[in-house]
Design a protein. Structure first.
Length: 375
């Protein structure tokens, strides 16, 4: 079953890609939700004051306070790496260090940006499931007032984690209380924070403001935005330096109305929740369809929009003829399949069929259990 459904080539509108191609490599591969496109078009009329002194950015503050409480303030930025670096800089003095999971995006996928751009020492800790605990934090929470050691003054957690696991509000609160008892601050990388809320069936505030998080990197791109994220300071007493740092970090948009208008459209209605819930449901559909295939082993809990599984490397390479996705650990055969706000039932069923076919091609199956090959 091919991933292609349309025809490629340039059109009278300048399209040069094949809109029929579907993939499971990343939720960043998806397009932009039509409601977001509409919001950008609506914001495009006339002249508006630049650099955030516009009506859309002002409206965003009201919308964000509705989700995160009266002391929250939003600072739109271009991308997730910028949001994370800016968030951590806001929390730390020059000598501060950040404790994070070894698998954290800031440690593995941001090309040293926290260190190179932010001047921030990272103190990574191995975790079994991508999640920190107070006990794991304590592996690096020491050495205060020792001028020979970078000072651990913040902790960064990811919601949901890089391996798709989700912190409960109680788990976040336990970390926050522990972190604050040491005089440290808590940052949350919320690239998929909407997926976490959908999984937990909880408001965004339940595991952020109410659980003691100090600063949140709020993700929009993975949930249907064209571009743009936001640093959300949950207590505005922490916001004194962020305006200056945002400019220094090259994250200040001159035409900020277009970032803010997207975030308003996402958060003012239930679009953020609808899109994330749909992506999560597609991941569950995929998991149900493959978990009984002999030769495929689910390796992680499916608590957001990603499915992690191991299968023979030869089978993965066969599947990639039709669907792009990433190896998570090629040595063990672990791969990651990500679903998006625009993933369809047909997309998932086509991937399931491709997985069945690839496993059959590399070796006989002994039974499909509850997940027969789709028709």
């Amino acid at each position: 079953m091919s991933q292609r459904r349309g025809t490629g080539g340039a059109s009278k509108h300048g399209r040069v890609h094949d809109p029929g191609v579907r993939g499971f490599a990343s939720d960043n591969y998806a397009g932009v939700h039509t409601e977001i496109i509409d919001a950008v078009i609506a914001a495009n009329e006339g002249h508006v004051v630049a650099y955030g002194e516009d009506e859309y950015t002002a409206r965003l503050q009201d919308v964000v306070r509705g989700h995160f409480g009266p002391t929250a303030a939003a600072f739109p930025v271009f991308n997730g790496t910028g949001a994370n670096v800016l968030s951590l800089q806001t929390l730390l003095p020059r000598w501060g260090a950040v404790i994070c999971a070894e698998s954290a995006h800031i440690n593995t996928d941001e090309n040293g940006a926290p260190e190179r751009v932010g001047g921030i020492k990272l103190l990574p800790v191995p975790t079994p499931d991508g999640k920190l605990t107070p006990e794991l934090v304590d592996q690096e929470a020491w050495g205060w007032n020792d001028e020979h050691r970078a000072q651990p003054l913040a902790v960064s957690i990811t919601q949901t984690t890089e391996v798709g696991t989700c912190y409960t509000p109680e788990e976040v609160r336990r970390i926050a209380d522990h972190v604050h008892s040491h005089g440290m601050k808590l940052h949350m990388d919320g690239a998929r924070v909407a997926n976490a809320a959908a999984h937990l069936n909880a408001p965004l505030s339940a595991f952020t403001t109410d659980a003691g998080v100090d600063v949140l990197s709020f993700g929009g791109t993975k949930n249907g935005l064209l571009y743009g994220e936001a640093v959300i300071i949950l207590d505005t007493t922490e916001a004194q330096s962020i305006k200056h740092l945002r400019k220094m970090d090259m994250q200040l948009a001159s035409k900020m109305r277009f970032v803010s208008a997207q975030l308003v459209a996402l958060l003012e209605s239930d679009l953020w929740h609808r899109s994330a819930s749909h992506a999560n449901q597609m991941a569950k559909r995929l998991r149900r369809g493959i978990e009984c295939i002999d030769g495929v082993s689910i390796t992680r809990p499916t608590q957001s929009n990603g499915v992690f599984a191991s299968l023979p490397t030869e089978a993965a390479d066969i599947i990639r003829r039709d669907f792009r996705f990433y190896d998570w650990d090629r040595a063990t055969g672990e791969v990651r399949w990500m679903c998006s706000f625009d993933t369809t039932d047909a997309d998932v069923d086509a991937l399931i069929s491709a997985i069945h076919g690839a496993i059959a091609e590399v070796g006989p199956q002994r039974g499909h259990g509850r997940c027969p090959k789709p028709a």
